[in-house]
Design a protein around this ligand. Sequence first.
Ligand SMILES: Cc1ncc(COP(=O)(O)O)c(C=O)c1O
Length: 373
Amino acid sequence: MQASPLNFAQPVLDAQTIQDVSAVLQSNWIATGPKVAALEAALSARFGGRPTRLLTSATGAMEVALRVCGIGPGDEVITSAQSFFSTMNMIVKVGARPVFVDCVLPSRAIDLAQVEAAITPRSKAIMPTHFPGSLVDMDALYALARRHGLRVIEDAALVQGSCWNGQAVGGFGDIATFSFHPNKNMTTIEGGAIVLASEDEAKRVDIERFHGIARLPDGTRDVVAACGKFNMSDVSAAIGLRQLAQLDGFLATRAALVARYFERFPAIAGAMLPPRGMARQSWNMFCVMLPFETMALDRKQVRDALQQRGIATGISYEALHTTTLGRGLGYAEGDFPNAERVGRQTVTLPLHAAMTAADVDRVCAAVAQIVAG
Ligand SMILES: Cc1ncc(COP(=O)(O)O)c(C=O)c1O
């Protein structure tokens, strides 16, 4: 009998969520309204009271963050070649140039020595992506940024709930962006948040996320800049409010599942697991790196064999500088060996709050069996 399908990511939406959504749908106020305001306040409380704004995605939040920092044509943003596509895309979209540097392994954190070496008079910001299990050294990152007068836009899409020295990511520093896509630690269907250090910049986000509109004292509207539309709906925010109430439970389940992965993952010569050293990290993904170059099966064959057993996997992530867009910026294979190694070897195994320890055992047993041939 075929075992039940195991998604590699999946949201947990309970009966209360459905009731809350239903109430919003019946309230005659379904676009941005009181639920968005309530979720912004609740998130802000978790980020040490810092100004927090909701948007329609983390990708949109990154674009808005770059615009709020005044970054555009002629500017450079130093970013890791190992990240989701949004970081590169949004830097290019605002007219700036992404200056890639490598990541360090096994944490995949941006290599700060390479960041320092990449700074030029055109550098305006550092845009690191945080990976589950171990953050970039935040003290060193912010000391570096301060020394060179650079802004920091943290891509914290994967690490809601992670802490640095007891402080929540997003609760300190410059700007952080979060994702509430259904495969993240909490969801609003699609959605994202931006957390800022200044109320003035939060007001700028209000303008950037809604047509560039500024409201005038006489009740009319002015448009102060050509901006897009990134406002979240109250339907999404109602889901987010219920998700936030459950977030600590979701994170505890994810952490227990990851502990089980570390315990049960088969010994494979040359495999690399994520680091588990740092305290109070949230676990959005469990990505392993397998030495396909020396294995009998390539990645597609391993992933297909897992899929045949009902186990879905992902790839997180292809190296950005080797994409068509990245190569068009002048980069080439060989520029960032660690990012490329992740791109070649990574497999994202199932991890979500609806899973059980038995699911993890099933994945580990299937990997062991497939790799043994
Ligand atoms: C590291 C990282 N950053 C940013 C994003 C973009 O998030 P969103 O889908 O909310 O735009 C993702 C989404 O997968 C991600 O994994």
